[in-house]
Write a protein that binds this ligand. Structure first.
Ligand SMILES: [Zn+2]
Ligand SMILES: [Zn+2]
Length: 203
C-alpha cells in the first residue's frame, strides 16, 4: 500500500526498479475501484513513474482522498524542520476542516451534462493523460454519475484547494466503455471539441 505526504501532496508508491517513487496525482493515469467488500475501498492505480515506466499500485480510499488534506489519521508527516508532527497534523486537519465548512472544496471539476461546476475527490478521477499541454482528466460525477473530461493545469489536481479559474471542457458526456482504456481516452481527446468554462463553486 502507499503512503502520502500531506504537506506536499506527494504519494510514495512502489517502483520495481528503484524501490519506491514519489509521484503527484497528476502523474496518475488510471484510478479504478476494485470490486469487493474491502472497507475502506481499495483502488488500483496506474502511475507514470519518473523511471520512465508505468506501474500499478494499490491505494486505500483514505489515502487517495483524504490523506493529501491531512485528514487521514494514519498519515505520517515528513517535516524535517521540526519534530512537531502531532501539532502539525492537528493544524492541517483544522485548516482543511475550516475551509470545507466555509464551502471551499479541495477539488472541483466541470460536469458537462449538468453544465455546472461540481465538488469532487480524487477517487472520482478515472483516467488522466499528460500528453496534451494540459492534464486531461476524466471524472465520474458524484452528483449525476456521468463522466466528463476536463483539461486543467497540474496544480489543479495536485494542490488541494487550488482550482483553476477556468478549465477546458470536452463537449460531451462519456459512457464508461468509450473511456475503457487509455487508448480510447486518447482517441476521444484527439477528436475533442473543447470549450472553456469558469469553475466557481457556489456551495
Ligand atoms: Zn519506476
Ligand atoms: Zn454531473
Amino acid at each position: 500500500m502507499s503512503g502520502v505526504d500531506a504537506l506536499t501532496g506527494v504519494y510514495t508508491l512502489p517502483c520495481p526498479g528503484r524501490g519506491e517513487s514519489r509521484v503527484r496525482l497528476s502523474s496518475f493515469r488510471e484510478i479504478e475501484r476494485l470490486p469487493g467488500p474491502a472497507h475502506p475501498s481499495i483502488y488500483r492505480v496506474v502511475f507514470d513513474c519518473s523511471c520512465g515506466g508505468d506501474h500499478v499500485a494499490l491505494v486505500g480510499h483514505d489515502a487517495l482522498d483524504w490523506a493529501p488534506l491531512g485528514l487521514d489519521e494514519a498519515t505520517t508527516f515528513l517535516n524535517l524542520m521540526t519534530s512537531r508532527t502531532d501539532d502539525l497534523a492537528t493544524e492541517l486537519v483544522a485548516l482543511a476542516s475550516a475551509r470545507i465548512d466555509r464551502g471551499e472544496w479541495p477539488w472541483s471539476f466541470f460536469c458537462y451534462l449538468e453544465d455546472a461546476p461540481r465538488p469532487v475527490t480524487p477517487s472520482s478521477f478515472r483516467l488522466l493523460d499528460g500528453s496534451v499541454h494540459r492534464v486531461a482528466v476524466a471524472v465520474s460525477c458524484p452528483c449525476c454519475g456521468s463522466t466528463s473530461i476536463n483539461l486543467v493545469t497540474p496544480a489543479h489536481v495536485d494542490v488541494p484547494f487550488h482550482s483553476d479559474r477556468s478549465v477546458g471542457v470536452v463537449a460531451g458526456a462519456f459512457e464508461d466503455r468509450s473511456l475503457a482504456t487509455r487508448e480510447t481516452f486518447r482517441a476521444e481527446l484527439s477528436a475533442a471539441i473543447i470549450d472553456d468554462r469558469r469553475l466557481e463553486l457556489h456551495a
